[in-house]
Design a protein around this ligand. Structure first.
Ligand code: FAD
Length: 465
């Protein structure tokens, strides 16, 4: 077995003796991969093809025991650790250069209790895994709009989704979580156990430990009335104004997105996507104004299984493409914002890029700002500028275009940022992801559960001890 140079927590390097590595391997049921090993290169790939991170070792954990072995190996040797859930973060926080990638992607079993209407899912599950199991019983909970996104990162940051108007964010449906902490303990966090940690897990991102499993409240979700209505780009101003009105006057059963994008045929369009989760006949009535505000180029709204809706956007965000984004929370869509969007989208450099609004949702907005660490409950939308392109030589042009749009639209924003949209390059600081009192509470929690900042490859809350 080889000696290994690894990156330390503070960014230096250390050499691990063969015996240390042998010991880690002996304690792990899953494979531990080093550069050159079979599977190392495919396993280290992240969803965002713009990133090329090379961990010194990848531990493919199969359960809590492997996670504990990794944490207990990394801590005494000061090894830098990145935790991988669905590896879908644009920032690439699922991996690191030279450290240990603690890979949970084999931990994706989902156990549904159809009687209690709950589900417990492994920390490496993606929403496609989760919805597949829960929908077999006609159940679901709020999850991301892309089946490839991990349940872990999404829930730990908050979790917007189609069902949030009725059931709140993903984190509002979290009942409990099993967490391996930096000091190598396995804790359960819930409304009755380790309540402070439970509060922090619902919006505080991956700062407090490795969540090995999540337990969610489920709800009955049958066919949904959902899809997209597409209008010519020339009518974008009217469409986005209509979207602004429509999205603020809907019942809890509806959630919406409004966007400027390019169709696969190369046509720039303005589009509104909706999900109505309730009695279909009532949904037809509620969505009628959207369908009669026309004539649209295409009206794809129809009754569909929830799993079909959950994978509807998958072709728009394929794994391995180059991605760069800016995002901000918004609580009002002004004419000024609409004009800036249209002006910039008229010169968009890539047909894969989109910009638009994801609505938080009525029930999500009704939760008190101090109930969970996700505290911007007054924001109505997450405004996304998601640039995507194929050729790495096009990176500079696309990044510059995104930054220019972000600069121009700043005066129209709420000032806050959704922590799951935060990158090192964000104009906002990490504090803007929280209300001031929430941030102070998160620092206190970090001091208690991770005083050495062992979990630092994330939107990082620095301990002060
Ligand atoms: C195309 C696209 C669509 C999206 N759609 C939505 C959406 O509909 N709603 C929404 O709210 N957000 C959405 N997001 C944002 C998404 O929530 C974040 O990117 C989220 O971080 C992804 O989680 P992940 O587990 O896949 O990512 P990862 O990259 O694996 O992890 C993200 C962060 O969480 C940490 N982490 C992962 N797993 C664990 C764990 N088990 N325990 C502790 N820490 C962990 C990681 O260390 C990292 O810091 C979208 C993003 C993209 C790019």
């Amino acid at each position: 077995m080889r000696e290994l140079r690894v990156t330390t927590l503070r960014g230096g390097e250390t050499t691990l003796q063969n015996t240390v590595l042998a010991d880690l391997k002996a304690h792990c049921r899953g494979p531990v991969l080093l550069p050159g090993d079979d599977g190392y290169d495919t396993t280290r790939q992240l969803w965002n093809g713009m990133l090329d991170k090379r961990p010194a070792l990848i531990a493919r954990c199969t359960g809590v025991a492997d996670v504990l072995a990794c944490v207990n190996f990394a801590r005494p040797h000061n090894v830098l650790v990145a935790v991988r859930g669905g590896d879908h973060s644009v920032a690439g926080n699922a991996s690191c250069h030279g450290g240990l990638m603690l890979d949970l992607s084999l931990m994706k079993s989902v156990r549904v209790d159809p009687v209690k209407q709950t589900a417990r899912a492994g920390g490496g599950s993606r929403w496609g895994d989760f919805d597949h199991e829960t929908q077999t019983f006609g159940l679901a909970t709020t999850g991301g709009i892309n089946s490839d996104t991990g349940i872990a990162g999404l829930t730990l940051g908050g979790g917007l989704g189609w069902l949030a108007g009725k059931y709140g964010l993903a984190c509002d449906n979290l009942l409990s979580a099993d967490v391996v902490t930096a000091d190598g303990r396995l804790l359960t966090a819930s409304a009755t156990e380790n309540q402070d940690l439970f509060w922090g897990l619902r919006g505080g991102s991956g700062n407090f430990g490795v969540v090995t499993s999540f337990e969610y409240q489920l709800h009955r979700v049958d066919l949904v009335l959902a899809g997209m209505v597409v209008y010519p780009f020339e009518r974008a101003k009217e469409v986005l104004r209509f979207y602004s009105n429509f999205s603020t006057t809907i019942p809890d059963e509806v959630n919406t997105m409004g966007a400027l994008l390019t169709t696969p045929e190369g046509l720039r369009v303005a589009a509104i996507a909706v999900c109505y989760n309730g009695a279909l006949a009532e949904g037809e009535k509620i969505l009628r104004p959207l369908r009669e505000f026309g004539p649209p180029l295409a009206d794809q709204i129809s009754p569909m299984p929830y799993t079909a809706l959950q994978s509807m956007m998958d072709p728009t965000f394929p794994r391995g493409r180059q991605y760069y984004w800016k995002a901000s929370l918004m609580n009002h869509i002004s004419d000024e914002a609409i004009n800036i969007m249209i002006e910039h989208f008229s010169a968009v450099p890539s047909p894969h890029t989109l910009m638009g609004f994801q609505q938080l949702g009525n029930a999500a907005n009704r939760v008190s700002g101090d109930a969970t660490a996700f505290s911007h409950r007054d924001a109505l939308y997450d405004f996304l500028m998601l640039s995507a392109w194929e050729d790495s030589a096009e990176a500079e042009r696309n990044v510059q275009w995104t930054r220019a749009l972000d600069n121009a639209i700043q005066p129209c924003l709420h000032g806050g940022i959704y922590v799951n949209a935060f990158t090192e390059d964000s104009k906002q600081g990490l504090r803007d992801a929280y209300r001031p009192e929430t941030y102070a509470r998160l620092v206190a929690l970090k001091n208690k559960y991770d005083p050495t900042n062992f979990f630092r490859i994330n939107p990082n809350i620095q301990p002060t001890v």
